[in-house]
Structure formats: C-alpha cells, structure tokens
Design a protein around this ligand. Structure first.
Ligand code: NAG
Ligand code: NAG
Ligand code: NAG
Ligand code: NAG
Ligand code: NAG
Ligand code: NAG
Ligand code: NAG
Ligand code: NAG
Ligand code: NAG
Ligand code: NAG
Ligand code: NAG
Ligand code: NAG
Length: 605
C-alpha cells in the first residue's frame, strides 16, 4: 500500500502581505562532538559564540575569556573563538557586583560564573521570507529581527560568564522552564525576566507565550561511516513561539510535563521536558515487532539533547542487548554490536501512551575505536563493532533520551503551561524545508489532503497491515480566522495551547515524577556477565557465541539459563538476518534478590 503524505508547506513566501506574521526561526547545526548549537554573537562589537541548544535548563551562558588580558579590553579585535571578553564589549554590564553563582544542573552540567547583561545576537536566522514589511512590527528597541541581515538581536539580555565548568565545552542557550531549588543558585527567584531568552521575546511582543519548537530532522548524517568529526553546518530549526506542521508526520500529542523531584531538598520543578515512556519495542525490517516491556511498564524520561546517548533502566538495556545481539565489554564500559545492524532497516519504537516514535537503529549505534591501535574495533568473526548508544541509567541517576532520540521527534514546548508535544520528525534535509509562514486559510485540512497546490509530497511505502499506519490520518485541530495578527496565527503557541496537538490517552500519571535514584546500580552484574565479551589489545572483541548464529536448536524451548554465555545463541535475535517465528517470549524478571534471570524463551524455526 502506498500512502501519500502531503506535508503542509503552505508557505508562499512572496505572496501577499496579508500572511500572518511568521516566527523567528534560528538555524541549528551540529558541532564536532555531535551536540546541536546555534551561531550567535555577544556584545558590541559582536563576539562569536556557538551556543549549545539546551532544553533541560533555562539559562544562557558562555565561557569567560577574562583571563586573556590581551583580548579582554576595548578594541582588542578578538571576535572569534567562543570566549566572551566582557571588557571588549562597549555595552556589557556586570550584574550584582560580580557575585559568583555556582550552577549545578540535574544533568551533571556545572559551571560557576558571574552574571552579565549585554546584547545577544542570533546571526543565522532562517530568512527565506524576504518581506521586510512583514516584520517591521517586530522591530523594537530591545528586540530587532532583521531580514536583511538574517539576525535576531536582543539588547539587555542577562547571561552567565562562566569561569569554570564541567562536562561540556560550549556555553548554552537555555530553553527549559524555571527551576525551584530555594537554597541553590539555580533557583528562579535569584533572577529576573532578562535571564530568560523566551521571556524576553514575550515581553517584547515577538511571541505570545514562552515557547518554542525544535526540529533536528535534517541531521541525516551517517555516523557509521563518518570519522571523528560529527559536525554538520545546518541540520535543524529552533522555531520561536510557533509550530511548523511541515516538519512532522503522524500524531502530534501533548503531555503535561512530569516534575523533577529533588530528593534532598524535597522540591519539585515542572519546567523540564520529562514525560512517561510506557512501552518500548523493536521492529525488524520485515515488520515483526517484539515488546521489550511489560504492560505495567512506565518510566519517566528526561529529553536532553546535551547527551549523545540514551540512558534506560538496566533491565531494558539488557533486553535491547539481547535483541541487537550486543555484548558488554567491561574494560570499555559499554555495549557493542555489529555495525551491520545499522543497515538492517530495524527500528526501536518508543511509546508514550498513544504516541509512537520510531528510532532507526542507525541512530542508535556509532563507530568504536581503540585508543591503542587507532583503528575501529572488530569482532573475532571480522565484523566491525559499533557502540550501542544505550546505557544503563545508573550512569545518570534517571532515564534520559538524548540526541539520537530527539532528532527523530518534532518537539514543541509551552513553558507557560508546562506542556510539551511530540511527533515523529520528518527526516528531510534542511534545505528542502520552507520558511514557516502558515496561511490562516489552511484550517481544517488534514495531513492526507493532497488537493492543495502548495504542498510537497512524500512517498511512503508501507505494509498495509503495519501497525504504524493506523494513526497517520488524524485531522488536525481546526484553526481560527484570517488575520494579520500574531495573536491569531493558527500556528502560534499561545499560553496553554500548543496548536494542532492532541491530548494523550494516559490517565493517571500525575503522581509520577523523575528523581535521582542512587540504588540498584550494579546488582545486575550477574546478568551482564552473560553478555560480556573480552577485547584484545589489537581491538578484536571475543564473544562467547557467534554472530547471527543459525544454529538455533530445533527443540521448542530452552529453560532458565545460568551464567554460561556459550548457550546464549539459543535466544535468536530479531535483527538477525534469519527468520524467526516468535511463539512465546517471556521477559527478564527482576527477582527480589536483585538478580536477573532469563526465563523460558521459545523460538521456532
Ligand atoms: C555557524 O557559523 C559558521 C561559520 O560562519 C558556519 O560555517 C556554520 O554553518 C554556522 N552554523 C549554523 C548552524 O548557523
Ligand atoms: C568555582 O568552581 C570551583 C570548582 O570547580 C571551585 O573550586 C571554586 O571555588 C568555585 N568558585 C567560586 C567563586 O565559587
Ligand atoms: C539596557 O540597560 C541599560 C543599562 O542598564 C539601560 O540604560 C538601557 O535603557 C537598557 N535598554 C533597554 C532597551 O532596555
Ligand atoms: C535593526 O537591525 C538592522 C540591521 O543591523 C539595522 O539596520 C536597524 O537599524 C535596526 N533597527 C533598530 C530599530 O534598531
Ligand atoms: C546582528 O548580527 C548581524 C549579522 O552578523 C549584523 O548585521 C547586525 O548588525 C547585528 N545586530 C546587532 C544589533 O548587533
Ligand atoms: C516593544 O516592547 C515593549 C516592551 O518593552 C512592548 O510593550 C511593545 O509592545 C513592543 N512593541 C512592539 C511593536 O512589539
Ligand atoms: C496571546 O494571545 C492571546 C489571544 O489569543 C492574547 O489575549 C494575549 O494578550 C497574547 N499575549 C501576548 C503576550 O501577546
Ligand atoms: C558504510 O560504507 C560501506 C562501504 O563504504 C557500505 O557498504 C555500508 O553500507 C555503509 N554503511 C552505511 C550504514 O551506510
Ligand atoms: C505487547 O504489548 C501489548 C500492549 O502493550 C500487549 O497487548 C501484547 O500482549 C504484548 N505482547 C507480548 C508478546 O507480550
Ligand atoms: C493508549 O493508546 C495505546 C495505543 O493506541 C494503547 O495501546 C493503550 O492501551 C492506551 N492506553 C490507555 C491508558 O488507554
Ligand atoms: C589515528 O589515525 C588518524 C587517521 O588515520 C591519524 O590522523 C592520527 O594521527 C592517528 N592517531 C594516532 C594517535 O596514531
Ligand atoms: C560453559 O560451557 C562450556 C562448554 O559448553 C564449558 O566448557 C564451560 O566450562 C562452561 N562454563 C561455565 C562457567 O559453566
């Protein structure tokens, strides 16, 4: 069956000035370490900064260059290099008498630094609009969105000038909601609206609610075949205050965010993008799916693009490892799979109630190198070994879905109402997307409407009985009236309302929260041992079983395994290029003693 999905590229840039105002859209790139960033300049003259897009904390910060006296003075001419020289800027103002704030965030990022006010200028603003008139109403004394220079500048924005930091090598543009930690420097009560970028845009009338949409679907880099430089110039969009329907497919489902609960201070913050993951399964290229979770499974997960991996409960990691035929190499503290898995067309399916997000395995593996031999790792059968980008959440203290997941979603966040909405991202190059101007007349069209002239068509071939078809045809929320006003732009996120988003079907998840769990870290080592491989000094991984073994016993069942890895070939692997017919599958159970056991697994050939 062939489905034509018409994407709403309803924009017609050169059309009439009757179009409602669009939204400022900052172009997002990927740096050499695989983190997403936006180009900006700070101060006058503008000093270039690559700002990491940070959806898991609310503040903007840069690295201080104050120690470099040759640069840190008026007229020094030091404008590149991503350090901020406060004394080089004619408009900088040190706040609060130079008090040093110590900022510890939930994802382990730390910095300490002083608060500064200066002009912040985003210098790569998507500008296929070409209609200056359209924007003239948005030029304000504080905010200047210029289509001639592709920039969006905010005067008098407050940010941190970090003298010291941990774990990241780039400052950040913070986009989360406010933090409650009364006795910590990160607490919202320490700062006024000038510290919050989105609030600044609201108070200057540029957007209606503290809100954004993030799309990284232009990141189609094949990391398997790339070397160590992961950078991409332009691969995503940060849309301020609006939603672009052309950047997603299928259901767009909204969730009240779950609180982050600090066990020590007993305080909660609801401004983080935390939602309940309710099911995880894997799907082979032939459409076979296999649950990895039980019916009662629910796990709060933080969406955080500062991570290039995902972190999930150990029992789930083990399930994924079984299905992907992954091995744990203790000396490298990671799971390794054959890189071939990326070519097999298999997916992991993340479900959040009635929302399904498919993440191809190619996004879940990355090449592995040994420091010793400076070459990629190989299994003893010659297959190249890749890192599995899924780790036990004992490393983070809670579950996290990082960049590999986030580039597969379109994410909208309304910080005013602590709501986020997600959909499957369109994975298309940035260059093939249009500037966002949504016609007010596009009301009540559905995503399968092919009659409209200004649409781009995407051909999707699927199996007609594939479970993934079922939700593609949902009607979008009917939009409002024709108007030039931002207020009535059907795509504008308004306080408490993310346009087009439908409600989720989860009933009672209000009692859930995310918190740092320090227990259970390595109680699973017995089980991990079953999947442990060893590595030689020349980068060859020796496993106890052969890859994609076809020597699956004809007998209809095997019973509980002890810790002898050589018998594990009997499990079969969904990703393997062999045809298995799963008749019955029982899950790894967490036994009260804290040990895991594999229970009866039956595979028919
Ligand atoms: C940032 O600026 C650099 C240098 O001008 C450019 O190569 C890169 O493409 C820009 N990236 C983005 C995302 O704007
Ligand atoms: C900044 O952080 C470091 C730890 O990395 C600490 O030693 C130092 O005292 C901090 N500075 C201030 C002023 O808090
Ligand atoms: C920015 O801050 C400076 C110093 O506090 C003040 O003089 C100026 O009026 C402010 N400008 C705007 C546009 O708010
Ligand atoms: C906005 O920025 C543009 C480009 O830098 C500049 O020409 C214009 O004068 C600015 N407008 C205001 C009101 O500051
Ligand atoms: C912002 O950056 C653009 C492009 O670099 C520049 O033309 C513009 O003058 C800058 N605006 C301000 C207010 O500094
Ligand atoms: C400019 O900003 C002020 C607040 O600083 C706001 O009241 C006003 O509406 C804004 N003007 C426009 C045209 O958006
Ligand atoms: C947002 O839009 C609503 C109407 O939908 C309007 O009442 C409100 O004033 C707007 N807020 C801002 C900050 O523009
Ligand atoms: C990587 O490159 C090799 C040959 O250069 C090719 O056979 C393989 O399919 C590529 N892998 C992916 C995931 O594209
Ligand atoms: C998979 O999950 C669905 C719903 O979550 C359930 O109905 C089904 O029985 C599960 N399948 C297996 C094999 O456990
Ligand atoms: C939500 O929808 C999914 C998929 O349609 C379904 O499997 C699940 O049972 C529903 N959950 C509730 C609580 O209704
Ligand atoms: C590793 O290999 C790369 C490319 O082959 C080379 O540029 C680099 O210098 C090597 N590093 C070491 C430590 O040998
Ligand atoms: C695992 O099985 C192999 C052969 O089947 C045997 O040689 C080995 O001793 C067993 N190891 C353990 C720990 O039982």
């Amino acid at each position: 069956m062939v489905i034509l999905l018409s994407l709403h590229l309803v924009a017609c840039v050169t059309s009439t000035s009757k179009s409602p105002n669009p939204f400022p859209t900052i172009v997002v790139g990927k740096d050499t370490t695989g983190l997403y960033y936006a180009n900006s300049t700070f101060g006058n003259p503008g000093q270039q900064q690559m700002l990491r897009i940070d959806i898991a904390q609310p503040y903007t910060w840069v690295f201080s260059g104050s120690d470099y006296t040759e640069c840190n003075h008026l007229g020094s001419g030091c404008l590149t290099g991503s350090l901020y020289y406060i004394k080089e800027s004619t408009t900088s103002e040190l706040l609060n008498d130079g008090r040093v704030y110590e900022m510890y965030f939930i994802d382990s990022i730390f910095f300490n630094g002083t608060a500064v006010m200066d002009t912040v200028n985003f210098t790569t603003v998507d500008n296929s609009l070409g209609n200056e008139d359209l924007l003239s109403g948005l030029i304000n004394t504080t905010v200047n969105w210029s289509t001639t220079t592709n920039s969006l500048s905010v005067k008098n924005m407050s940010f941190f000038n970090a003298d010291d930091s941990r774990y990241v090598y780039q400052g950040a543009l913070g986009l989360s909601g406010k933090i409650n930690e009364a006795n910590d420097d990160i607490d919202a009560s320490n700062f006024d609206g000038s510290f919050y970028f989105l609030d600044q845009l609201v108070s200057n009338g540029v957007i209606n609610s503290s809100s954004y949409s993030l799309w990284l679907g232009g990141d189609n880099e094949n990391t398997i075949n790339s070397t160590t430089d992961l950078s991409l110039d332009e691969c995503g969009k940060l849309i301020l205050g609006g939603v672009d329907q052309s950047l997603y497919t299928g259901d767009f489902v909204k969730f009240d965010t779950l609180p982050f609960y600090d066990v020590e201070s007993q305080e909660s913050s609801q401004g983080y993008p935390i939602i309940p993951l309710t099911k995880l399964s894997v799907q082979s290229s032939t459409g076979q799916t296999l649950n990895l979770t039980s019916d009662s499974f629910v796990e709060p997960v933080l969406l955080d693009s500062r991570y290039t991996y995902n972190y999930l409960p150990m029992e789930l990691v083990i399930q994924i490892a079984i299905q992907a035929n992954a091995y744990y190499v203790e000396s490298l503290d990671g799971w390794f799979v054959s890189c071939d898995i990326a070519d097999m067309g298999a997916y992991m399916i993340f479900e959040f109630g009635n929302l399904e997000i498919e993440v191809p395995f190619i996004d879940l593996v990355s090449p592995a190198y040994t420091l010793n031999s400076n070459s990629s790792l190989h299994f003893s059968n010659g297959e190249e070994a890749c890192h599995l980008k899924v780790f036990p959440n004992s490393a983070t203290g809670f579950s996290v879905l990082g960049g590999p997941f986030i580039k597969n979603i379109f994410l909208a966040a309304d910080l005013d109402s602590n709501q986020i909405a997600l959909a499957q991202a369109s994975r298309v190059p940035l260059s093939s997307t249009s500037a966002l101007i949504t016609q007010a007349t596009s009301s009540s069209s559905s995503e399968t409407d092919t009659s409209s002239t200004n649409t781009e068509t995407l051909l999707i071939v699927t199996d007609s009985d594939s479970p993934n078809n079922k939700k593609r045809n949902q009607k979008v929320e009917t939009s409002h009236t024709n108007s030039d006003s931002l207020m009535y732009n059907p795509s504008a996120i308004r306080s408490g309302q993310i346009p087009f988003a439908t409600t989720n079907n989860l009933t009672s998840y209000e009692s859930l929260s995310l918190y740092v769990s320090i227990s259970n870290s390595y109680s699973a080592s017995k089980l991990v041992n079953q999947f442990t491989a060893t590595i030689s000094s020349d980068g060859v991984i020796f496993t106890g079983r052969s890859f994609y073994s076809t020597s699956i016993p004809k007998s209809s069942s095997t019973t509980a395994q002890s810790s002898n890895s050589s018998t594990n070939a009997a499990h079969g692997h969904l990703m393997a290029p062999i045809s298995v017919n799963i008749k019955d599958y029982s899950f790894i159970k967490l036994i009260s003693s804290g040990l895991f056991l594999l229970l009866g697994i039956t595979i028919m050939l």
